[in-house]
Design a binder for this molecule. Sequence first.
Ligand code: FEO
Length: 171
Amino acid sequence: MISKKLLDAINEQINAEYYSAYLYLSMSAWLEAENLPGFANWMQMQNREETMHATKLYDYILERGGRVQLKAIDAPPTKWDSPLAVFEETLKHERKVTALINDLMNLAIAEKDHPATIFLQWFVSEQVEEESSVETVLQQLKMIQQAPGMVFMMDRELGQRSFTPPADSAD
Ligand code: FEO
């Protein structure tokens, strides 16, 4: 049986993942309004990834016989100064989520909950990928700061991103 402490922490993480989904959806809306549909698409895919993360945690609680507790989701910001500012905030946010996942893993270890540590391993690896993909876009945006026309080429490229749910995901 999963401990109350770990159960509460996973329920909190569901909320953090839904906040991430909400944040990226808000960024997508702003980018679309700024006539950058490719960047907006990238954020839409990010939104779907976050919803999948929340669903994975939700399913896990139920699988372990725990109770899911959905909490209120904070309102995200609605505007940014530039696409660069959007991606700087995204990287900062992902680093925060990585710290939350590491805390969750530390708790599972402290609680000697071996199945939970195995389950959380997926999230530890996922965060490495999440940070890396955001960093790639951010570095490219920094490189083209002096050539605004390149933003539109990048927009075309980011428009190609699609969402592929992992094989073991119920989403
Ligand atoms: Fe669910 Fe982007 O971390």
